[in-house]
Ligand binder design. Structure first.
Ligand SMILES: [Zn+2]
Length: 270
């Protein structure tokens, strides 16, 4: 499932093909993903030029000269195919640019979405309106997170997955960041010391930045026929490593927390 770093890598890869380009043709091969494509999407995009790309949480943003932004979410299985050699069954939306680039949004399970939002209204768009700060942004800081945690009895991991506290974090990155910061995932957030929060905030930023960098290193593959964007193998210290050794000499364990798998090391996470 694409997480924030995969979306960031995808956006950076797409920017190489889309930034400054005119959209010559838009093809929809079905009426919906998780929900219907917005009415008038083809008309709104055809002939518009792309002024830039961006990301908010796990949403990709394609800004156009018409004051509108195409907002995409990759859901569970979404991916953009760059210059596909031939169409595939799940290429639901295809963009062709004035200089002949072809980009196909492929989503076999169709949990993804595409929306069209006025660019100057993005902050007020319902999925974004209540969202907390970007984890890689300056607003996500030790004072901010310490305040968000204060007096909370809820365990720390679900709070970090709460998009109102910080936007776009998923299971993998939360598990890895808590491990790096030496904080147990079921610890009541309000009992975490300021010193530990000061380890956690940079740990979150580092684990995301390293994954984006790892994805970026695969960028050369993007130009290949049938190239896929945004997926890369990463080596995790705890995630998916139940029963395997931790660097500290402990053993990685798994438990189910709020219906999700949590991986951690009882020896070095307190
Ligand atoms: Zn350990």
């Amino acid at each position: 499932m694409p997480e924030l770093p995969e979306v960031e890598t995808t956006v950076r890869g797409l920017a190489r093909y889309l930034e400054g380009e005119r959209i010559a043709r838009v093809t929809l091969n079905r009426a919906d993903l998780r929900r219907p494509f917005p009415p008038g999407l083809v008309q709104a995009l055809t002939g518009a030029s792309i002024t830039g790309l961006g990301r908010r949480a796990k949403y990709g943003l394609i800004h156009t000269t018409r004051g509108q932004t195409m907002v995409f979410h990759l859901g569970m299985s979404g991916r953009w195919r760059i210059e596909p050699e031939k169409p595939e069954r799940h290429d639901h939306l295809v963009l062709e640019t004035g200089s002949g680039h072809v980009l196909a949004l492929n989503d076999a399970r169709r949990f993804g979405s595409v929306d069209l939002v006025d660019s100057d209204q993005l902050d007020a768009w319902p999925p974004f309106a209540a969202m907390g700060p970007e984890p890689l942004g300056e607003d996500f800081s030790t004072p901010y997170l310490a305040k968000a945690f204060s007096e909370r009895v809820a365990p720390v991991k679900p709070l970090l997955l709460d998009q109102r506290i910080v936007a776009g974090l998923g299971d993998i990155y939360v598990c890895e960041a808590l491990h790096r910061a030496g904080i147990r995932p079921d610890r009541a957030a309000g009992t975490i010391t300021r010193k530990a929060v000061a380890r956690l905030v940079p740990a979150i930023k580092q684990v995301l930045a390293e994954s984006i960098e790892a994805g970026g290193s695969t960028i050369r593959d993007y130009a290949q026929p049938n190239g896929e964007l945004g997926y890369f193998a990463a080596s995790w210290r705890v995630y998916g490593r139940e029963g395997q050794p931790c660097d500290c000499g402990g053993t990685v364990q798994r438990f189910v927390q709020g219906g999700r798998s949590t991986f951690w090391c009882p020896r070095c996470q307190k």
